[in-house]
Ligand binder design. Structure first.
Ligand code: TXA
Ligand code: MG
Length: 342
């Protein structure tokens, strides 16, 4: 399949043309990648089993991992769920559009393979001009997972999408780099107390300010039996093995030295605070400890950038699991094959 590639960083003439063409392809049951404020999504008509099956095929995604339904505006949510629970109402008001996905009970209007047979659906209103213009133009609910090959780091630029999916999908809208850099927070709103199924762009602290009590699902730890079906698979894995190093800078340096002594080429992915105190030849700065949103923005791109090098191992530091650090560590722990503790 020939994959079309459009530029749409602005909704100018070129952008509008891209959105119209992409919307037409979506209406014809084709699969199109588009930018959102979190990561790029791989969209298809969520009311069509056929269109949605093309997403699973292109990504190589297991069919028991449900997809998020993207809508242009919060007013449309009622069309696809049985009820909007009080907790959902609060979250919609506070965070939509934005990097939040709410789980509600489906009324059956969405194709069965979107929900992987569950009676619930995940709904998100992206806060991105191109995404919202595309959704408005199709006037369809659009099922969209992250637009990467299943198991790889999520795409935060159109080039990442191109590298994974060129030739497998109908088109890619290049809207420039995404903002948040990590996926949306997934919150189950079907019960009285909201349950966070995946930490993400909206932090636990932000959610609690609006909802009061909040439950963090234990299944977000890799070892534990998953509740959201997508949690049991390997995720975000770079092509080069990633080790997390939990210790001070002297310990970090000793790990580099040990691996280099064994003849390994070591890549290092750390904050600017650590870079200043480490010595090795393949170092990439991921952001600053003083503002972890910078780490979130660059995480997936930095992981992918090691594919083009000849390093044998990537070493990365760990971050405090508070604020956006919770989501960063959730992704790093899933991506890593080892944790080296001091
Ligand atoms: O930021 C995002 O959420 C991005 C952009 C493209 O919107 N999308 C994304 O989709 O990350 P995906 O498919 O990579 O992750 C969706 C997550 C999975 O963990 C899945 O299991 C969960 O949402 N999910 C979807 N529907 C669900 C449901 N009905 N019940 C429980 N979990 C659900
Ligand atoms: Mg994904």
């Amino acid at each position: 399949m020939k994959t079309k590639y459009w530029k749409a960083t602005e909704i100018d003439r070129e952008g509008q043309q891209a959105i119209s063409e992409a919307a037409n392809l979506l209406k014809q049951q084709e699969v199109v990648a588009f930018p959102t404020e979190t990561v790029y999504g791989l969209g298809a008509d969520a009311t069509s089993n056929q269109a949605v099956s093309n997403i699973f095929a292109a990504k190589g995604r297991p069919s028991d991992n449900p997809l998020i339904v993207h809508l242009a505006s919060p007013e449309q949510i009622g069309q696809y769920v049985t009820t909007i629970t009080p907790i959902a109402k609060k979250l919609i008001e506070a965070f939509m559009p934005g990097p939040l996905t709410i789980i509600l009970t489906s009324n059956g209007k969405i194709a069965e393979n979107v929900t992987a047979g569950l009676d619930t659906i995940g709904i998100r209103i992206p806060d991105h001009r191109v995404a919202r213009a595309l959704l408005a133009e199709t006037n369809l609910p659009v099922a969209a997972p992250s637009a990467n090959t299943s198991g790889k780091p999520s795409p935060t630029s159109a080039v990442h999408v191109y590298n994974d999916l060129n030739g497998k999908i109908a088109g890619i809208i290049d809207g420039g780099p995404t903002g948040v850099g990590l996926e949306s927070t997934v919150v189950d709103c079907t019960m009285e107390v909201p349950v966070v199924l995946r930490p993400g762009g909206i932090t636990q602290e932000q959610l609690e300010e609006v909802t009061g009590a909040l439950v963090l699902d234990h299944s977000i730890k890799k070892e534990v039996q998953p509740k959201a079906p997508g949690m049991k698979y390997n995720h975000y894995e770079p092509e080069v093995p990633l080790y997390l190093v939990d210790g001070d800078v002297t310990f970090f340096q000793s790990q580099i030295d040990q691996l280099e002594l064994e003849g390994k080429k070591v890549g290092v992915m750390v904050s600017e605070e650590l870079v200043a105190n480490l010595t090795t030849s393949h170092m990439k700065i991921i952001g600053t400890q003083a503002d972890l949103t910078t780490v979130a923005v660059h995480l997936y791109d930095t992981l992918r950038s090691f594919n083009k090098t000849d390093v044998d191992i990537i070493l990365a530091e760990v971050y405090p699991k508070a604020g956006v650090g919770e989501a960063i560590m959730n992704r790093l722990e899933k991506a890593a094959s080892q944790l080296i503790k001091q």
